[in-house]
Design a protein around this ligand. Structure first.
Ligand SMILES: C[S@@+](CC[C@H](N)C(=O)[O-])C[C@H]1O[C@@H](n2cnc3c(N)ncnc32)[C@H](O)[C@@H]1O
Length: 303
């Protein structure tokens, strides 16, 4: 075979391999529904915020993944298929930067600590915190880990465990002789209250030096997702049901009842919203005492 033919043969093989990979990724992501699909919703919001010159988050990896996925996030191309998350919103970027900063606090306090991220989806936190010398465990459902691994590879310090957070097989793989920081960002609201209690109790019994960071939604919002209309985020997107809601003032007693008395509980809240009019409305919601009780928040529990 001439050199030219060899070259054109390998170029066409290369192109076929790329087309086949893109098709596989596309069809796998298209198949995501329910809670696993929500990882595309948070990616949509986070990557768009990272693309803004005045965005609250810097996240080149999220942009890279976002741009590589041929997914109709805003349903601009099709009106017959798939769901749409509507226009991007900074809320998930704000949540991510709050979690980033709490993980940094934990690692500063416990340099030998490990981080366990439950329901990590396509979150790119480990890239934003690349300077931290820690072992990082990602626990997610098998279909979500498959989607993640198209873009983010596991490694010696980056372990992926395909497993429900409610199937405690993953717990045996986390060292008990090192401080542990468990994060659940956008996850616990999708569980039943009894499942959340059982998970928190199990972790409290297992790890002597433990920090858990998670976000919660208030009761009224959980009820809205359970109503017949559900929680509509855009013309086409109704979120999956979120059965577990808790109002802010009930959090300390819930933790004491579930995990025992020797934990400190901090209601972290959300960082300030950046856009002008929304910023004001969110400020009112998150700061006026009566309304504040009815807002989502981020919680840190530590011992
Ligand atoms: C709203 S997304 C959040 C993803 C990521 N934490 C973020 O903030 O971008 C919810 C994630 O929880 C995962 N998930 C749903 N049920 C789960 C379960 N039982 N155990 C572990 N992960 C679960 C989904 O696969 C998805 O990745």
């Amino acid at each position: 075979m001439s050199l030219q033919r060899v070259r054109s043969h390998s170029t066409s093989k290369f192109l076929k391999a790329i087309i086949s990979k893109v098709f596989t990724i596309y069809s796998e992501l298209e198949k995501l529904t329910g809670i696993p699909e929500t990882m595309l919703w948070t990616l949509h919001n986070r990557a768009n915020e990272a693309m803004r010159s005045d965005g609250v988050i810097q996240d080149p990896k999220a942009i890279e993944i976002y741009e590589a996925i041929q997914y109709d996030y805003e349903r601009s191309r099709s009106v017959t298929k798939g769901q749409s998350f509507g226009k991007a919103d900074p809320v998930h970027a704000l949540r991510s930067i709050a979690f980033d900063s709490e993980i940094r606090v934990f690692m500063k306090k416990y340099p030998s600590g490990v981080v366990v991220n439950l329901g990590e989806g396509l979150e790119t936190q480990r890239f934003r915190l690349a300077d931290l010398q820690t072992t990082w465990y990602t626990i997610d459902l098998p279909e979500s880990i498959r989607a993640r691994e198209h873009f983010i590879s596991p490694g010696d310090r980056w372990k992926h465990i395909s497993c429900s957070a409610l199937d405690y097989a993953w717990i045996d793989q986390i060292p008990t002789d090192r401080p542990v920081c468990i994060t659940a960002q956008g996850l616990l609201m999708y569980f039943q209250e009894s499942e959340v209690q059982d998970l928190l109790k199990t972790l409290a019994e297992r790890h002597p030096i433990l920090t858990i960071i998670f976000d919660v939604i208030p009761n009224w919002l959980a009820q809205k997702t359970l109503s017949s209309d559900g929680l509509k985020m855009s013309r086409d997107y109704v979120t999956p049901v979120m059965p577990w809601g808790i109002n802010r003032k009930e959090i300390p007693s819930f933790i004491e009842k579930t995990m025992g008395q020797n934990f400190d509980v901090t209601d972290i809240g959300f960082p300030r919203y950046p856009l002008a009019i929304r910023s004001f409305l969110f400020w009112v919601w998150f700061n006026v005492p009566v309304l504040k009780q009815l807002a989502p928040t981020i919680v840190k529990v530590e011992r």
